[in-house]
Structures are given as C-alpha cells and as structure tokens.
Write a new protein. Structure first.
Length: 278
C-alpha cells in the first residue's frame, strides 16, 4: 500500500520537462515580437534579438499609427462586429428550430448546414468573387462581411445545437403551459441558459473574421477598405527595413482579440465543454 502511494505521488519529471519546453517554445516568439517592437530601429541590427532593449521606445507604434492604422482597425472592428452579431443571431434561431422542431424539414436543414463545414474556402473563392461582382458589392466592406457570415454559420449552428439539446425539455413544456410563445421561450429561456455557448461561438467567429485574409485580399482593392490582416501585409512593404514597426503593427492587431479572450475565457471554456456531457 505504501509503495502504491509513493508511486501515485511521484512527480512526473518527464511530463514537467516536456511541458516546460513547450511553454518556452510558445512564449519565446511572443517575447521576441514584443521586445523587438520596443527596440529602436538602429538597435535592431546591433543588439541581441532576445535581450531587453537598452533604450525602449514607442516610436515604432507611433509610426504604425501614423500610417492609417486607425482606419484599418476601424474597418476590422466594423466587419467583425457586424459579421459576428449576424452569425450568432441567425445560428441561434436555426439551432432553436432544429432542436425544437422534430419535422423532417428541420433535420434536412441541419444536414445541409453540416455539409457547409466540409466545403473548403479556397475551393469556392472564384464563385464567391463572381457573385460579389455581379451584385455590385466588390471593393466594399460588405464583400467581406457576407461571405464571412455564410462560412461561419454551419459550425456555429453545430455548436449551438449540441448545447440546446442538453436543455431539459421540461423547462420548455412548463413555459408552454404558461402560454409562452416560441419567441418568448427563445429569449427568456434559451438565451440565458445558452450564454456560455453563445459567448463561445461569438469569440470563435470573431477570431476567424478578425484574422481573415483571403476574402479581403480577393474581394477588395482600395486602401480605405483594407482590414488589419491585409494591412499587415501592406506594412511589410511600407516598412521593408523597419522590422520593429512591422512587429508593432502585429502587437496592435492582436490586442483586441486578446482582450476579448481574457474577458470571456471562463464562458469560453464552459461553452466548449457543454453539450458533450451526456
């Protein structure tokens, strides 16, 4: 018995070593980006790349902000906010219908949405481009928003359906006996109970839209319609030899999504683990 207890409490040295190594591999690139963005441009070529800057400066951030970064940031915020809100709203309605409506049409709708998950984005970019041009939305923010919505709905519906199936049916029947309509049950029962799942899909969809590069690259061309991922590509040309400025732009573009994750981290974890407990 004593030997079994010692075996259970023996530290896992190999696991700790591997975990520490993996943490180092993950943290090191982030550390390099941050310290390099604070390094003066001439010092980038003379100082140790992993050492803390001898004279930290925010000049690289000032250069990036002066290069229309605010406009690119605002475009990304508009595209992400509109696309995410629309996807969550439509997907919540669709998930409610699929879960509560047992008709064959609802099942077929769910199967069609599942097929959308298997469609590769790169395989349909040419038809999407043709469609956007034909409806006159090329080189507008809507050219980015509408395809982003279409490709985000299937996975969002799948996550919400798995969560709503765990909501006890007795709660719906109780509200139905009280005379509640489907619309009232959706907003008074489903939305409060589905808050973790809604926050999860909102953060997930926002990250995908915020980091999207292919749609802005193919469906826009004007500089005033650029979003942050495309602007980072542009900054690499504008600041060819100014590496600290390029990395400063990377830091500024990551901060909003990092803040969103920090705020909704608890709901994100609970939402990812919900719906699979049965």
């Amino acid at each position: 018995m004593a030997s079994e207890t010692r075996a259970r409490t023996r530290p896992n040295i190999l696991g700790a070593a591997f975990g520490s190594f993996w943490l180092l591999v993950t943290i090191l690139p982030i550390y390099y980006i941050v310290v390099t963005s604070l390094r003066p441009r001439p010092a980038y070529y003379t100082e140790n790349p992993l050492s803390w800057p001898a004279n930290p400066t925010l000049q690289s951030y000032a250069d990036v902000l002066a290069a229309n970064f605010g406009m690119y940031f605002l475009n990304s915020v508009i595209v992400t906010a509109v696309a995410t809100a629309t996807v969550v709203f439509i997907s919540l309605l669709a998930a409610y219908v699929i879960v509560r409506n047992r008709r064959q049409a609802s099942l077929r709708l769910f199967n069609v949405l599942l097929l959308g998950i298997a469609i590769p984005l790169q395989g349909v970019i040419i038809p999407v481009y043709y469609l956007i041009v034909q409806i006159g939305l090329y080189d507008t923010l809507w050219a980015i928003i509408l395809p982003a919505i279409a490709f985000a709905i299937p996975i969002t519906v799948l996550i919400l359906v798995n969560f709503l199936r765990d909501v006890p049916n007795e709660l719906f029947e109780s509200m139905r006996l009280d005379g509640a309509t489907d619309w009232r049950m959706l907003w008074r029962l489903v939305v409060p109970l589905s808050k973790p799942a809604i926050i999860t899909v909102a953060i997930y969809d926002a990250l995908n839209v915020w980091n999207g590069f292919l749609f802005p690259l193919i469906l826009t061309q004007s500089s005033d319609k650029r979003v942050l991922p495309l602007s980072l590509w542009t900054f690499q040309g504008d600041f060819t030899t100014n590496i600290p400025a390029v990395l400063a732009a990377v830091v500024l573009s990551v901060l909003p999504m990092l803040a969103a994750y920090a705020i909704g981290r608890r709901q994100l974890v609970s939402g990812l683990t919900a719906g699979f407990t049965k």
